[in-house]
Design a protein around this ligand. Structure first.
Ligand SMILES: Cc1ncc(COP(=O)(O)O)c(C=O)c1O
Length: 415
């Protein structure tokens, strides 16, 4: 079990970041959660139960794939890929959700709510709810409902109610606000399974702890396969949970950690979500915690953009904000067009379909691999699989066969 997740001894503060800025009415609920999480974390049987669940219900340990063809293509560092896409439901989100499901059982809660952007966390939560017999409501910005329709379809088939959020700019931050609004009215039986390493304490630490299973496995696997530690580890950063998960395996090692944010149409255009890779974000308090937010001078949240629905969040994990300021993690931004190019190359060279979110990490690794030596090993976290992105990717490549198929389907439905 990873002990290297920065652990806050001061009510969820990591340097100047984090905290617990919650309405009075939620204080007792948070106290209960903090107590349940602390007890679970201190109980080795809980982590064993979690590992058993993940190895029998999801696909843990997920494999580590040597990307032989990409390595040859770039002619520099050996490229290894951690395959979180092979989790049940197709992304690292399952790690966090199944862990919170076990915690809910301990707390005796019967209803789970969650926000989702790309829909991966929503599908994972609806799956967990079906398995454990919980009622489930998922909040999703209307924009994301439209661009991630396949995931909405599966959430509903799994028995969840999906609420399309039409407040604000209709994306992830608005879904989070709506989930908090729901929670305030139904605290007794409901747990809010926040999907990333953000929000009020204990969520950043708790989500990172469940995701640390990625880093723990990766460290063991890379040492067993190559006999050495990687020179660099790359992960995309939305709220920061997959990055925290894989990085936590290497915090205490001389390994460079690289977080890759959404560069959107280019950092200079302002149509992006690069909070830590740019100097544009500023310290603020929103959604229950303090971190770097993309906000205007009046503290109003800015509109964000990314080709990847899971990366267009205005805030970022307070733990990562602190690690950036401490110089422990380097942050970069990948543009939408670079992301689509990296996805294409990975498909063609390795037969892998990384999610658009994960493809951000591939962009930066591909830029740096040729500058390193063949003795270097680098590790990329493939946080999820790209099947859900079929509409976005088909649009981007203007795929004529896909367009004809969708048109024919639409005609069938009109008939
Ligand atoms: C596949 C995938 N990767 C990454 C992310 C970003 O989230 P996080 O930064 O919490 O890992 C998402 C979010 O929806 C996702 O679906």
């Amino acid at each position: 079990m990873s002990e290297s997740i920065p652990h806050s001894r001061t009510r969820g503060y990591y340097g100047a970041f984090g905290g617990m800025y919650i309405p009075e009415i939620l204080v007792a609920t948070f106290e209960e959660l903090v107590a349940a999480f602390s007890a679970a974390k201190a109980d080795p049987a809980f982590w064993r139960e979690y590992e058993t669940l993940m190895s029998t219900y999801s696909c843990r340990p997920t494999p580590l794939t040597y990307a032989e063809n990409l390595t040859r293509h770039f002619g520099g560092a050996q490229i290894y890929i951690k395959r979180e896409d092979l989790n049940h439901t197709g992304a690292h989100k399952a790690n966090n959700v199944m862990g919170q499901g076990l915690l809910m059982k301990r707390m005796g809660k019967s209803r789970v709510i969650a926000e989702t952007g790309a829909g991966q966390h929503g599908v994972a939560t609806a799956t967990m709810a079906a398995k454990f017999g919980f009622e489930c409501t998922i909040f999703m910005g209307e924009v994301d409902v439209l661009r991630q329709r396949p995931n909405v379809f599966w959430m509903e088939r799994l028995g969840a109610e999906v609420v399309a959020v039409t407040e604000g700019t209709h994306i992830l931050k608005d879904a989070i606000n709506e989930a908090f609004r729901d929670w305030v009215t139904k605290m007794d039986d409901t747990h809010y399974a926040l999907g990333t390493a953000c929000g009020p304490h204990p969520f950043p630490e708790m989500v990172s702890w469940f995701q640390s299973i990625i880093g723990k496995e990766s460290r063991e696997q890379i040492l067993a396969r190559t006999g050495k530690l990687p020179s660099r580890v790359y992960a995309c950063v939305g709220g920061g949970s997959n990055a925290m998960g894989i990085f936590s395996g290497f915090f205490d090692d001389p390994v460079e950690l690289v977080g890759v944010e959404a560069g959107g149409l280019g950092v200079e255009t302002g149509r992006y979500a690069a909070r830590l890779a740019s100097e544009d974000a500023s310290l603020g308090v929103a959604q229950g915690y303090k971190t770097y937010f993309l906000q205007d001078g009046d503290g109003q949240m800015c509109e964000t953009h990314s080709v990847a629905a899971g990366l267009d969040y205005v805030g970022v994990s307070p733990i990562l904000s602190n690690l950036r300021d401490e110089g422990r993690v380097r942050f970069e931004a990948a543009r939408d067009d670079e992301v689509l190019e990296a996805l294409s190359l990975t498909l063609r060279k390795e037969g892998l379909i990384p999610a658009l979110e994960s493809s951000h990490a591939f962009v930066q690794a591909f830029k740096e691999a040729p500058t390193l030596s063949p003795d270097d090993v680098i590790l990329i976290n493939q946080s999820g699989r790209g099947d859900k992105d079929i509409f976005t990717v088909a649009d981007a490549f203007d795929d004529p066969g896909w367009k004809a198929f969708v048109k024919e389907k639409a005609e069938q439905y009109n008939a």
